[in-house]
Design a protein around this ligand. Structure first.
Ligand SMILES: NC(=O)c1ccc[n+]([C@@H]2O[C@H](COP(=O)([O-])OP(=O)(O)OC[C@H]3O[C@@H](n4cnc5c(N)ncnc54)[C@H](O)[C@@H]3O)[C@@H](O)[C@H]2O)c1
Length: 265
């Protein structure tokens, strides 16, 4: 525990925290003293994660693409804790299946709409209702998990690219509006990060990388994928007072992937 970072008495809602990056952010926040509400569509995983993290964590089932679900999530949190200090909009539809990795001309319009529903509409619903409460509270902190796909478009992921690009702009728009009320809004854009899904897709289950992973890593100056803890550390910084003068920023955590084109000639 970094003694300069203290989230004691702070209440955080983290969407999509049943597993993966969101779970690691929840763990980090709890380790630094926060009470955390894990909101996810995955009930069993969500409950198991809350149990694993101990009494400072609780689970609330929520589909962020449904406005009424989000209203119940914010009501539950503010009724129970009488505060809402941090919202982490982490839930998203990730294009991890091969059938969803196709060029725009072949991209399913249903999957495109579903992605926008979760990434854009869901992030908006959570931000809107949290910001309303935070304005009255005269302070708060919103952290959106975007992606490098929203910074530099990746091929065959049009829904993800548009969704994440939109989240970066939503971050800036809300930062401008909410700054005068003491509410900071920032985003984090992870590069390729090791989770169960990316392990299944290309990293492989053991320590040896697949050929696809080796190729991907050759574009990354630090020559390694991100770990969920790398992203959680960035979230911890943005949630803490160490970043008290930072708002409207997109913090890229990608091992240098998007800072320049890596080639050796
Ligand atoms: N893993 C990576 O390489 C990577 C890279 C860049 C950005 N990201 C972003 O990081 C975030 C976390 O990704 P991850 O890799 O941990 O993915 P993940 O799929 O393991 O976790 C996403 C979580 O969101 C939940 N979720 C999905 N739709 C939801 C909805 N409608 N309502 C509530 N919960 C919902 C899922 O159930 C899941 O628990 C996402 O925003 C993702 O786009 C991940």
């Amino acid at each position: 525990m970094n003694s300069e970072i203290n989230l004691e008495k702070r209440v955080a809602v983290i969407t999509g925290a049943a597993r993966g990056i969101g779970k690691e952010i929840a763990r980090k926040f709890v380790q630094h003293g926060a009470s955390v509400v894990i909101a996810d569509v995955l009930k069993d995983d969500g409950k198991a994660t809350a149990e694993e993290l101990g009494e400072s964590a609780s689970f609330w089932p929520c589909d962020i693409s449904k406005f009424e679900d989000v209203r119940r999530l914010i009501d539950y949190t503010t009724d129970r804790f009488k505060r809402l200090d941090i919202l982490v909009n982490n839930a998203a539809l990730n294009p991890s299946q091969a059938e969803h990795r196709v060029t725009g001309d072949a991209f399913s319009e249903t999957y495109f709409a579903d992605t926008i529903d979760v990434d854009i509409n869901g992030t908006f619903y959570c931000s809107k209702l949290a910001a309303r409460y935070m304005r009255e509270q005269r302070g708060g902190n919103i952290i959106n998990i975007a992606s490098i796909a929203g910074v530099v478009p990746l091929q065959k992921q049009i829904g993800h690219v548009v969704g994440k690009g939109g989240i970066i702009k939503m971050t800036e728009a809300l930062a401008v509006e909410l700054g005068p009320f003491g509410i900071r809004v920032n985003s984090i854009s992870p590069g390729s990060t090791v989770t169960a899904a990316t392990r299944a897709l290309f990293y492989g289950q053991d320590a040896s990388y697949s050929k696809m992973a080796e190729e991907l890593l050759s574009f990354i100056p630090l020559r390694r994928p991100g770990q969920t803890e790398d992203i959680a550390n960035a979230a911890l910084f943005l949630a803490s007072d160490l970043s008290s003068y930072v708002t409207g920023h997109n913090l890229v955590v990608d091992g240098g992937w998007t800072c320049g084109f890596v080639r050796n000639f």
